[in-house]
Design a protein around this ligand. Structure first.
Ligand code: AFP
Length: 355
């Protein structure tokens, strides 16, 4: 049993200690990425406080601007907590000298971060951050887990100019780091810089994340499949056949409606998450840059795999900032079985535009 305060007493790594210690694994590391990752931890603590007290602090429900409900760039209703989480992560990331640009689910374009404007250094930082500040936010009003997902790329263009769209449109295989925060029965931050996946649990009594899940790997056993079955009537019939095969193999269904929570459970218990495209909407619902790619990177680091209908998702170079993608991620054997069934399908989903 993990008891956070006990871990604190016996001197197990805090997030900050761990991140800094891991820096030594990378020859020539400057500490810039370490600073950025610990800043993300700080913003997560702030959002965590509001998520935990949402029912008491009047921050439940839909956000209104000038009396009207507000929508994000995807046309989805914004919850008050979506807006708070977006403002918090953006504010903290902008103050980090290493960040040159941010793409958030809640903002239409690139948020450029020019440090020279504040007399705080030279131009723009070298890291591009893609973030879904509050994933699964429709769960908040009913007190079910939500999350934050982030991916960090190294920019390709010169630091002296504002970041360009192509600095963000890189394949998941080029991520420098990725992770998520799960605001659940306890709050966890899980991340990878490429040398495995490590999970940290927040100890609210002292306000620190402590290493609680070192070297996370998908277990051998495949136990769970996570899918919204309302989304499979108009998709590739191979997916229904795959789910039926899952049931025959003794797997069971679990789906929360928050990608982070479903991915996290499947990582710990062994399972697969599915959000297919449909014949009407081949690109599906989930966003490539700040949902699919970071989780694909983590899945790979944890011994799992990720695909869309026709490709390994790690190989896809996105073509637009808010691109959507079908997503199948989790246990490597489940993904391999699903892919072979989709390859043999008589009615495959057409390739979405931009892939
Ligand atoms: P919201 O953030 O709008 O609640 O969407 C959550 C999400 O992007 C992802 O976290 C879920 O897995 C998925 O959408 C749920 O979508 P369905 O409601 O279509 O199942």
């Amino acid at each position: 049993i993990f008891i956070p305060t006990l871990y604190a007493m016996i001197g197990v790594n805090t997030l900050q200690e761990f991140v800094v210690a891991r820096q030594a694994d990378f020859a020539g590391a400057t500490g810039d990425l370490s600073r950025l990752l610990t800043d993300i931890g700080t913003a997560a603590k702030m959002v965590n406080m509001h998520v935990n007290s949402a029912g008491l602090s009047g921050i439940l429900g839909v956000h209104k601007a000038q009396g009207n409900t507000s929508k994000n760039v995807q046309g989805e209703l914004q919850q008050k907590l979506d807006v708070y989480a977006d403002e918090t992560f953006t504010r903290v990331l902008k103050s980090c000298l290493k960040v040159g640009g941010i793409v958030s689910e809640e903002q239409p374009g690139i948020i450029h971060v020019d440090h020279s404007e504040r007399g705080e250094g030279r131009g723009y930082g070298k890291y591009m951050v893609c973030i879904d500040p509050l994933d699964g936010s429709s769960n908040v009003d009913v007190n079910i887990s939500v999350g934050t997902i982030f991916g960090i790329y190294r920019r390709k263009s010169p630091l002296i100019d504002p970041a360009s769209t192509s600095d963000f449109l890189q394949p998941a295989g080029a991520l420098v780091a990725a992770g998520y925060v799960l605001y659940g029965s306890s709050t966890m931050l899980v991340y990878s810089t490429g040398g495995g996946v490590n999970g940290f649990t927040f100890d609210p009594s002292i306000g620190e994340f402590f290493l609680s899940h070192p070297n996370m790997q998908f277990p051998e056993e495949e136990r769970v499949y996570s899918v919204n079955d309302a989304r499979i009537s108009n998709t590739d019939p191979a997916i229904s056949a795959f789910l039926s095969d899952c049931r025959d193999r003794g797997m069971t269904a679990r789906y929360t409606g928050a990608l982070v929570a479903d991915f996290h459970r499947n990582l710990i218990q062994g399972g697969i998450y599915l959000y297919p495209g449909s014949f009407d909407q081949p690109e599906g619902k989930l966003r490539m840059l700040y949902e699919a790619q970071p989780l694909a990177f983590l899945a790979k680091q944890a011994g799992g795999a990720t695909c869309c209908h026709h490709h390994d998702l790690l190989d896809i170079t996105p073509t637009s900032l808010h691109q959507r993608t079908p997503l199948f991620t989790g246990h490597a054997s489940s993904i391999a079985r699903l892919r072979s069934m989709m390859r043999a399908s008589a009615h495959p989903i057409p390739e979405p535009a931009g892939v």
